[in-house]
Design a protein around this ligand. Structure first.
Ligand code: FES
Ligand SMILES: [Fe+2]
Length: 404
């Protein structure tokens, strides 16, 4: 993190600890319409405005350790192959054969020297080129070079693999914006996936994501697990262009929520030792940079009323019994804490769906989730969002570096 960002974090934390009410210039936030979480019209706008256009975190480079390693990305009604080529480059392809559309790969992960279609055995090189067509003489005027795999935009930043379904999208680094400077001093590129799991949720993806955009709920929902470790009065939020955010919370006693793992880098910047620094990255990713490692959470829609939370437990490369035992315990602790949150989501969704609640209310401590909803409309194009589903932009003057 740069010096200016560190100073901002420290100064705003001191301000938060001293405050007794919301800042006098903080605007009243209008109610957010319930239809944004239930209406298929809004889900369709999100598909066009977000999922088909934004850079999406799809994988981790260390999950593809050698040439030929692959993993499938299977969200958003899509199946995409992420694979490492013979030239070590990571590429993404639609998992669909150019003959008649069979999936090429059926296993979620593995290793292949070629992708061979399970239907009629067309085979493709790791760079997507079509290499062999059985009985090719039966296809008139057929050029193999016209039938390579359809590639998906794919760029990697410090070991994090992003894909984008929009061929006209700008470069990943531009999209990441402040994320680049904020992660300095934290060795992202050395991280490995210790464990992974998914949770199916009976709620809109944004209802689940909102939960991670505030700590207003922590004292009520996590009194014995998270609350004793976080000084929630110190919670600070920086809102950045593009919908990204940086949160900071001072750790009580300056210690991590979780015990130290057997292996931990000794070159992590002090700011990450003393504070929990979380980086909600637009549109659907959340993680907190802790020296122990972190849960990398991605939230995916599965229809207006259903969603998937994908959790990767990220840690440091080593492989011994103590480390495995540590991450086994981490998984249990994580699932326990998440279960404290998750038990409420389906009932919230039910109230939004059945008309018991026509809008939701947000206060100063929840300004990040209002900013997130504003950004969704900006990405869709505010004029395209039906009037009854819009959020009114209010927080422009609250984005960083203007003020906080
Ligand atoms: S669909 Fe793949 S070879 Fe026929
Ligand atoms: Fe929570």
């Amino acid at each position: 993190m740069h010096e200016a960002a560190l100073q901002l974090l420290k100064r705003t934390m001191d301000d938060q600890l001293a405050r007794t009410e919301h800042p006098s210039d903080f605007p009243a936030l209008p109610p957010i319409p319930a239809g944004r979480y239930t209406d298929p019209r809004f889900a369709a706008l999100e598909k066009e405005g977000l999922w088909d256009r934004a850079w999406l975190l799809a994988g981790i480079a260390s999950e593809l350790p050698e040439p030929g390693s692959y993993r499938l990305f299977q969200h958003l009604d899509r199946s995409v192959i992420l694979s490492r080529g013979k030239d070590d480059r990571i590429r993404a392809f639609h998992n669909t054969c150019r003959h008649r559309g069979s999936p090429l790969l059926l296993e979620e992960e593995g290793r292949a020297s070629r992708f061979v279609c399970p239907y009629h055995s067309w085979s493709y090189a790791l760079d997507g080129a079509l290499k062999a067509v059985p009985s090719q003489h039966d296809f008139a005027c057929f050029e193999k070079s016209d039938h390579g795999l359809a590639e998906v935009r794919c760029e990697t930043y410090r070991g994090f693999i992003f894909i984008n379904f929009d061929d006209a999208a700008g470069p990943l680094r531009e999209f990441l914006g402040e994320f680049v400077a904020l992660t300095e001093g934290y060795p992202l590129e050395r991280m490995v996936v210790k464990d992974r799991f998914t949770v199916e949720m009976d709620c809109n993806w944004k209802i689940a994501y909102h939960n991670f955009l505030e700590i207003y709920h922590v004292n009520t929902v996590h009194p014995k697990t998270l609350a004793p470790h976080l000084d929630s009065r110190s919670f600070v939020i920086a809102l950045y262009d593009g919908g990204h955010m940086r949160f900071g919370t001072r750790k009580k006693g300056g210690v991590s929520l979780f015990e130290k793992p057997p292996v931990q880098p000794d070159d992590i910047a002090d700011v990450f030792l003393e504070n929990t620094v979380a980086l909600p990255t637009f549109p659907n990713t959340f993680f907190s940079l802790d020296p122990v490692g972190f849960n990398l959470q991605c939230f995916w829609p599965a229809g207006p009323n259903k969603s998937i939370m994908e959790v990767r437990q990220m840690g440091w490369a080593t492989d011994d019994d103590a480390d495995r035992e540590y991450w086994g315990e981490m998984r249990k602790a994580t699932e326990h804490i998440l279960s404290e949150d998750l038990c409420l989501f389906s009932s919230i969704q039910q109230s939004l769906r059945n008309g018991a609640l026509t809008s939701i209310v947000t206060g100063y401590q929840e300004r990040a989730l209002y900013w997130f909803e504003e950004e969704i409309d900006r990405q869709i194009g505010p004029d395209r969002v039906p009037r009854d589903l819009q959020v009114q932009p209010r927080l422009g003057s609250y984005s960083t570096p203007h003020s906080e």
